[in-house]
Design a protein around this ligand. Structure first.
Ligand SMILES: *[C@@H]1O[C@H](CO)[C@@H](O)[C@H](O)[C@H]1NC(C)=O
Ligand SMILES: *[C@@H]1O[C@H](CO)[C@@H](O)[C@H](O)[C@H]1NC(C)=O
Ligand SMILES: *[C@@H]1O[C@H](CO)[C@@H](O)[C@H](O)[C@H]1NC(C)=O
Ligand SMILES: *[C@@H]1O[C@H](CO)[C@@H](O)[C@H](O)[C@H]1NC(C)=O
Ligand SMILES: *[C@@H]1O[C@H](CO)[C@@H](O)[C@H](O)[C@H]1NC(C)=O
Length: 699
């Protein structure tokens, strides 16, 4: 056993002592608090897995979409979601020891007066965190679906809070129940007699306790309005041997669903879990037999082996992250690595006054590198001491992925219209990127006068847009691997000393599985400064494409030419228009030039303005395949290619796009006109106003 060293022997001694203790106290385990949340925000994404329509919003877990905006009502229909805690817990041992646990949580199943409540929320124990059955909306509560319901392969146990009566198997529309592999409950309790209405018209927080006594194999559920004491009597009490139904190591979390027309907000506001910690690795049964037959040597060896494995595994885990970064450091052409202390000094301890802006993943600070820090920075150029430091806000695990993705991409990109990465830092779990400093700030600052640097004249605007077109062309076509920017917007376009546009923030260029959430979040939370830039298909596919970048580019073109944000409504007579719809309307009425920013006082090149506006509309085509290609955009801008024909009415957004619909086809065009784009307009209006109207669970 040459692998033993001083450390593993120490570990062994401790483990052995603990084992002795645990056998001495027989089957009694100490319950430990493993989950404890008094509210939720994005930082919890690193410890929770969100599936399907779930999100974290308004300080709560939202199993289904969170909004009470009537314009967005459609987003609620037929939704389901799960949010699971990332780590499994051991629920039983082969000697029939069952873990006891108690979980307490606060839920709010809000519905508006004019909504029919539905369908339900559930506390869930599941075999994995990676899957939710397809079509688990409606009566299936995110637990099962029409084909999986009742299957023992599900290995799920849940406490449901059901607000819709299924005539075949539910007692009423206001009950809690114990579900085993099926929404056809094992045992239920109606709440009508207990003065509890699960989904009242006035949002109400309820505290729920789900207690499982492993010794007596009994599940009990208590529930009262938040703030009251735990009642002495459970509402539901059901015998159940969890070992018969659940995987040994299972996951805890929540599920929820809505139907059509039954909808409600399914929120979890607080959550704690206390559970017996059963030993992992070798099962106690075998240990006991080993001890029983009196072969202590064998046991000792087993324990030694186990301890070593545990120790090695633990060491490997902590080394892995370090290794990853260790390798990164030595990639050729890597930007410089900074010490955290250097950046802390440079930004005056990340002082508020140094803040340049805030992005989806962190805050950007201005930094001034002190002379002794700037070994490889040009000493003659005073400005070279200035940098922009992006400090990632999420906690380590999640943002490490973002960080690695961002670093891997940008360290290889070189283009005069991209912001250059100067360096990076990863220390004590803190992630930072250092970019060259852009003295003229971001485009939106100039357009809306927040930067005090005066408005942009026409030639500046034209230069900015050609610069962005050029950068986009590079990302999509010239770079050896296609890079989709995903987050094109005015606040991401920075200006250097000569007012050349520099595209920044590749923060959203992340692994695919994260995208759905990021778009769902955008749609639901109405992140300021992002509305209007996201292509309609992204809300369906959840993924960004070169075409969706072109859509974002179109929004930027219209914004820069018109001096208006795509997310802000424009009032014209009785109607409210989005920027795109407004420009489209002016185009239809043959007066598109009137869209040009009034701040320019008429000082612009009419031909160029027309071309840019039409290009902006063409890029805003609701159907992705109809938008101009990036390689053509540059030529359209300088007039070597004609501007694509823009129909008088904005075509309809179709999903799924299914059959390609060539616009030149007159029939298609006519039917588009007849239908108009209600769906799309409605959706966008909903999105742009969602921030104002989105209601948190306490509503
Ligand atoms: C919801 O699902 C039901 C059938 O499961 C369907 O009839 C209904 O059209 C769906 N509603 C929406 C808005 O998708
Ligand atoms: C139920 O879910 C499974 C797994 O996601 C899926 O394969 C199956 O098609 C779904 N059944 C129905 C009726 O949607
Ligand atoms: C997760 O568990 C479900 C049963 O609830 C099963 O159908 C599915 O295949 C499992 N997924 C993985 C990745 O193990
Ligand atoms: C299980 O129930 C028994 C009988 O009520 C009780 O003595 C025991 O303390 C309970 N165990 C836990 C962990 O609550
Ligand atoms: C419900 O709980 C949340 C979060 O703790 C709180 O903000 C809200 O005011 C509560 N609502 C009610 C109706 O008590």
């Amino acid at each position: 056993m040459s692998m033993l060293n001083g450390n593993s022997i120490r570990v062994f001694v401790i483990v052995f002592a603990l084992l002795q203790l645990s056998t001495a106290t027989a089957a009694s385990f100490k319950k430990k608090r493993v989950i404890s949340y008094d509210g939720f925000d994005d930082s919890h994404r690193s410890v929770l897995t969100l599936l399907e329509s779930s999100s974290i919003h308004g300080g709560a877990l939202q199993l289904t979409p969170d909004t009470t905006n009537d314009d967005m009502i459609a987003i609620h229909y037929n939704k389901s979601g799960r949010i699971m805690y990332n780590k499994p817990f051991r629920l039983w041992l082969s000697d029939d020891t069952l873990a006891s646990f108690s979980s307490a949580f606060v839920i709010n199943i809000f519905r508006k007066k004019n909504w029919i409540a539905g369908h339900g929320l559930a506390f869930l124990i599941a075999p994995n965190i990676s899957s939710i059955p397809a079509n688990s909306y409606g009566q299936w509560i995110g637990l099962t679906n029409a084909s999986t319901d009742g299957s023992v392969d599900n290995q799920i146990v849940a406490i449901e809070f059901d607000t819709v009566r299924q005539p075949d198997f539910d007692p009423d529309d206001n009950h809690i129940a114990l579900d085993i592999n099926s929404v056809k409950s094992e045992k239920f309790a109606s709440l009508d007699d207990d003065n509890i209405i699960l989904s009242p018209e006035v949002g109400t927080n309820y505290t729920v306790w789900v207690d499982y006594n492993g010794t007596f194999q009994l599940m009990e559920v208590y529930m009262v309005e938040e703030g009251q004491d735990k009642p002495s009597k459970p509402l539901l009490s059901a015998p159940i041997n969890l070992k018969e139904h659940l995987k040994q190591d299972s996951y805890f979390g929540f599920a929820g669903s809505t139907g059509d027309p039954q909808i409600q907000l399914n929120c979890v506001l607080k959550w704690s879990l206390d559970i017996d910690i059963l030993p992992r690795g070798k099962d106690r049964k075998w240990l006991r037999i080993g001890l029983g037959v009196g072969v202590p040597v064998v046991t000792l060896l087993l324990v030694l082996l186990w301890a070593t494995i545990v120790y090695r595994r633990r060491r490997k885990g902590s080394d892995e992250a370090a290794d990853q970064f260790g390798k990164l450091k030595w990639l050729p052409g890597m930007p410089r690595e900074f010490k955290y202390k250097e950046l802390k000094n440079a930004t005056n301890n990340f002082h508020e006054s140094m803040k340049l802006g805030e992005g989806g993943f962190g805050i950007v600070y201005k930094g001034v590198l002190h002379p002794h820090d700037k070994d490889d920075v040009n000493r003659n150029n005073h400005n070279a001491n200035q940098v922009a430091v992006k400090k990632f806000s999420r906690d380590s695990i999640k943002s490490k992925d973002d960080f690695l993705a961002e670093l891997a991409i940008i360290h290889r990109l070189r283009h005069k219209n991209l912001v250059r990465l100067v360096g990076w830092c990863y220390e004590k779990g803190k992630l930072l990127l250092v970019y060259e400093f852009m003295p003229n700030g971001s485009v939106d600052g100039h357009l809306y006068g927040t930067s005090n640097q005066g408005t942009l004249n026409w030639s500046h605007r034209y230069k900015i847009l050609t610069g962005i077109a050029s950068a986009l062309h590079y990302l999509h076509n010239e770079y050896d691997q296609k890079v989709v920017h995903r987050d094109l917007k005015a606040s991401n376009i920075l200006l250097d000393v000569d007012y050349n546009a520099r595209l920044g923030d590749f923060g959203l260029a992340r692994a695919l599985e994260n995208e759905r959430h990021s778009y769902a979040e955008l749609a639901l939370s109405g992140v300021p400064g992002t509305m209007g830039y996201v292509a309609p298909e992204c809300f369906h596919t959840g993924s960004a494409t070169p075409e969706s970048d072109v859509y974002g580019f179109g929004a930027v073109v219209l914004e820069v030419v018109c001096g208006r944000s795509p997310g802000i409504k424009i009032q014209q007579q009785q109607d409210l228009y989005t920027l795109v719809d407004w420009v489209w309307m002016l185009h239809r009425e043959g007066r598109i030039v009137e869209a040009v920013d009034e701040c320019l006082n008429g000082e612009f090149v009419v031909d160029e303005a027309k071309r840019l506006l039409l290009l902006g509309l063409a890029c805003s085509h609701p159907i992705a395949s109809e938008r101009p290609q990036t390689q053509d955009i540059f030529q359209i801008m300088n007039g070597t290619l004609p501007v694509p024909r823009v129909p008088p009415f904005k075509p309809v957004f179709q999903w799924p796009s299914g059959i390609p619909t060539p616009l030149s086809d007159t029939d298609n065009l006519l039917s588009s006109l007849a239908l108009s784009s209600q769906d799309d307009v409605g959706r966008r209006r909903a999105i742009t106003t969602s921030q104002r109207n989105s209601t948190h669970p306490q509503a």
